[in-house]
Design a protein around this ligand. Structure first.
Ligand code: SF4
Length: 349
């Protein structure tokens, strides 16, 4: 490859120009600004997954975390290549559910004769999605968790929601499922014989997003309400039910962005507090600074989402033809994992 000079940003732009229609760069809203400025499509997990089938480019560079690139592999056309600029960009929540554990728990639960339908948040490994697909379950995102949880209830006697206990509980609460019908299990499946589990409609995997669970606290919501009476706090449903219960609304990344835009347009409230990953909130703060005071609930950044940076994006583009940083998925996992994803896309057209 011819040696290029100039800033990292200039070199990335020069390579984008060089590859032209052979390259599309996707980026999650939580990515660094130095990355987002180069992406063709920015979105949350659902938006990005929906866009993949329409992409014709031979090379798709996914700026996000590993499970997102794996899902992109499933939805890509034959011959298309998916790249992730840093393969160590994983998701702490996804790591909390191991495919072997999920399979063992589902086998034990199914042995009781009850039909347990697994519903996996998209923030899970491809191997977990394959297990879920084999057990007749589906994937969901924070945008469609309500629709998919209703679907899962209609398919069997009970639902195993994984890996995020908070999204599971918050969604069940929104659907009016009583707390006593929601039971958190352990990943080793040691308490599955209890009456509590046998009678539950919703079984929750003991996983969470450390960024939303540990860094966003109920007292922070109270503090904001005290300083800005009448102003709203909106959070992502990966926050604990304690936090969500005190807020004025909870929803997906797409919902939070839309609400910030509407609040800026209406200019009715002096401040709006948003509880989700800080890079996104900071971008909204800057975008609407002249119209509304957007305040982060916490300065919570995701270290995994920060792993892809402009330097790793540039290195990937420079070595695209050598296949460096390409993501591939095990052939045997593709069909069952795709089944779980397709069930979501078909139910949420
Ligand atoms: S913010 Fe949480 S859920 Fe999202 S990638 Fe980071 S650890 Fe995973």
């Amino acid at each position: 490859m011819e040696q290029m000079t100039g800033s990292t940003a200039d070199r990335i732009e020069a390579l984008r120009k060089k590859y032209g229609k052979d390259l599309v760069i996707l980026g999650h809203h939580y990515q660094l600004d130095e990355v987002v400025q180069h992406v063709d499509i920015v979105g949350d997990s659902l938006e990005l997954a929906r866009r993949i089938p329409e992409i014709e480019a031979r090379n798709i560079v996914f700026c996000g975390v590993y499970f997102m690139a794996e899902s992109a592999c499933l939805l890509a056309r034959p011959g298309q290549k998916i790249f992730l600029p840093d393969h160590s960009a994983d998701c702490a929540m996804a790591r909390m559910a191991k495919a072997a554990d999920v399979e063992k728990v589902l086998e034990k639960l199914s042995a009781t004769g009850r039909k347990i339908v697994p519903l996996a948040y998209v923030n899970s490994s491809l191997a977990v999605k394959a297990v879920v697909g084999r057990f007749g379950g589906a994937v969901c995102t924070s945008s469609n968790a309500k629709v998919m949880l209703e679907w899962a209830f209609s398919q069997g006697d009970a639902v195993l929601f994984l890996p995020d206990r908070n999204l599971g509980r918050n969604t069940a609460n929104a659907l009016g499922i009583p707390a006593e019908q929601q039971v958190e299990i352990d990943a080793a499946g040691t308490m599955l014989d209890s009456d509590e589990v046998k009678n539950a409609r919703l079984l929750l995997w003991p996983g969470c997003c450390p960024i939303h669970e540990r860094l966003m606290k109920p007292e922070m919501v109270d503090e904001f309400h005290k300083h800005f009476p009448g102003c709203r706090v909106l959070v992502h449903p990966e926050c604990t039910p304690d936090v969500v219960g005190r807020c004025d609304g909870a929803g997906s990344t797409a919902f939070l962005i839309k609400e910030a835009e509407k609040a800026a347009e209406a200019a009715l409230e002096p401040a709006l507090c948003i509880g989700t990953e800080f890079h996104l909130v900071h971008r909204l703060m800057e975008r609407y600074a002249d119209r509304i005071n957007i305040i982060p609930l916490a300065q919570a950044t995701c270290p995994d989402m920060e792993k892809v940076d402009a330097a790793s994006l540039l290195a990937t583009l420079e070595q695209l033809e050598q296949g460096v940083n390409e993501v591939t998925v095990e052939e045997a996992l593709k069909a069952p994992a795709r089944d779980s994803l397709v069930r979501m896309l078909e139910n949420c057209r």
